[in-house]
Design a protein around this ligand. Structure first.
Ligand code: FMN
Length: 317
């Protein structure tokens, strides 16, 4: 895009877009205005340590990071808001979109969209905290694509900076049609800025959606950016992708403390989303590697063929 006016937000992807990924993406490629951290949550009365470490400002230096909370109970949400404010954050994103059944069936994430009374209680508790503003990331509903109609009026309680909408229901998870008709109805009904999120894989794809909905506040990009972290760096070279990958290896070597086996497993997992156009044989060699040496050899071979992989990545759904 020559004239990128629309704000580009990096969507949170649990297990992918953590601080190591964010800093590597920012340092090597860039083009992202703000990064949304994967959700944090409270387990047995405490925020998971790993979640806190991920949003530690020192590990996110130089980027705009918006932490995200996932909770059903207001007291859990408040524990996280307080901890984040102590770390210096005054913008927090509320997750009303997670479709993962163990979460959604506990009325968290997108599951809460079927229970406006729970969202209302949560919003009221959050709105009572001074010195922090919120955004919301949501879907059209949990099991029906018009449940947003009962949620939207509740936004008045928290007066969100924006509402990012993925136009599917929670039950659809990540499959099936994007319901653009309902998205348009939400966009028309919302008095709050709306961000579009869903299947944006190229700058041209973003341009098309902005052209269709000029009122959008921003475009949020998830799996497209995980697939090609250089999406906004048209002049990126194969060396840049190698450098990006090296930063991931270094970052996870430092951050994971489960030894080489855990490190290799994590690096292998990255390839579930990274460069999905990678030649099948090379991908298999990555999956089959048994130690770091084998992994590095297989990853190097795949990265040597990055141009082919990228052509496929931009057209993949
Ligand atoms: C593996 C995975 C993890 C995700 N984790 C989160 C999360 O922590 N918080 C959140 O709000 N959305 C999460 N999402 C949803 C994405 O942020 C995004 O809304 C979704 O992938 C659709 O956008 P996309 O088509 O650009 O990927 C996740 C999605 C995937 C596939």
């Amino acid at each position: 895009m020559d004239d990128k006016k629309i704000q580009v937000l990096a969507a949170p992807l649990q297990g992918v877009t953590d601080n190591v990924w964010r800093m590597a993406q920012h340092n090597v490629f860039g083009g992202v205005d703000a990064y949304y951290a994967p959700f944090m949550r409270v387990e047995r009365g405490e925020i998971r340590r790993k979640d806190l470490r991920d949003v530690d400002p020192e590990r996110n230096a130089g980027i705009t990071l918006i932490p995200q909370i996932l909770a059903c109970q207001p007291d859990h949400a408040l524990i996280m808001v307080e901890a984040l404010m102590q770390m210096g954050y005054n913008r927090i994103d509320i997750n009303l979109g997670c479709p993962f059944p163990p979460i959604a069936l506990h009325r968290k994430g997108s599951g809460m969209l079927a229970y406006p009374e729970l969202a209302e209680a949560l919003f009221k508790a959050l709105a009572a905290v001074d010195g922090v503003e919120y955004s919301v990331k949501m879907r059209l509903g949990w099991d029906s694509n018009d449940q947003w109609r009962d949620i939207l009026p509740l936004m008045e309680i928290i007066k969100p900076v924006h509402i990012a909408v993925h136009p599917r229901t929670g039950k659809q998870q990540y499959k099936g049609e994007l319901n653009m008709e309902q998205f348009e109805a939400l966009l028309a009904a919302s008095t709050w800025p709306v961000v579009y999120n869903g299947s944006l894989r190229t700058p041209e794809g973003i341009e098309a959606v902005v052209g269709r909905y000029p009122g959008l506040a921003a475009a949020m990009v998830g799996s497209g950016l995980a697939a090609n972290p250089g999406m906004f760096a048209p002049d990126a070279t194969p060396d840049d992708y190698r450098r990006f990958h090296d930063l991931l290896v270094d970052g996870y070597t430092e951050q994971l403390n489960g030894g080489e086996a855990q490190l290799v497993r994590h690096l292998q997992d990255i390839w579930q989303t990274f460069l999905p156009g990678t030649n099948h044989k090379l991908f298999k060699a990555i999956r089959k590697s048994r130690n770091l040496d084998q992994y590095q050899n297989a990853a190097s071979a795949a990265l040597a063929d990055v141009e082919t992989a990228l052509t496929a990545a931009s057209s993949q759904e």
